[in-house]
Write a protein that binds this ligand. Sequence first.
Ligand code: OAD
Length: 254
Amino acid sequence: MDIEERLVRRLRSARHVLVFTGAGVSAESGIPTFRDALTGLWENFDAEALATPEAFERDPAMVWGWYEWRRAKVLRAQPNPAHLAIAALAARVPRLTVVTQNVDDLHERAGSHDVLHLHGRIDRPFCAVCRRPGAYPPGIPDEPEGGRPLEPPRCIHCGGRLRPGVVWFGEMLPEAEWDAAIAAAESCDAFLCIGTSSVVQPAASLTTMAIRRGAITIQVNPNPTDLDHSVSLNLSGPAGMIMPALVDRVWGEI
Ligand code: OAD
């Protein structure tokens, strides 16, 4: 891996490393991203009709069925070498914070702890009315590509409809996670931005906060983003290849 010795030394001496991930980190596990040409979810499905509170009010069965298809994909997926390298990093640095925009649990299944999920979790449904948590029956739903209309289950407390536990367009991020992510971005000395297009706010502003603070910033992405020239180092390639190599090169064999 071709990194200047000066950057390697700065990374190695970092006391607090923040890893910020997006859909690209799970792409090699077979979970589609949102904006990649051809395969991205928002290239093939209408976000307005599936990922807004208004869409759920209008057609709860269509929204629920589509998320059941995505949940099945997550349940069948396995962590890839990028998730594993990030989990391995925890034992090699004094402090590691993992912040993700992903609604899957692949970081946790790879061994990462206390992951801050800014956009919620697909496996944590809650009641659209009283907001108390709901639960899925065990097993993997068998859904066709893109899902099919399915009436959402009802809340056992109030009878309201359960909804997927994700943040939709127009909704606030979970407050505790967002506050903790800001605090981490403002105190970290190394920031790794992995597999995100960095276009969705406010999550994407974490990278700018870290840049402003003077942290060393590294982007891992096979495609260009608006941050290519703002980060300290841009590593172009798939996270499953780059992350194990980066951790090996800087922090020692994994
Ligand atoms: P995007 O789909 O916008 O971006 C995914 C990024 O991953 C792109 O920049 C790709 O180039 C990159 N990528 C693809 N394959 C990769 C690989 N193997 N290794 C590394 N990078 C790879 O996804 P996000 O940035 O995560 O919001 O999108 C942010 C938010 O927009 C999501 O959390 C979701 C979506 O609407 C909500 O669900 C609220």
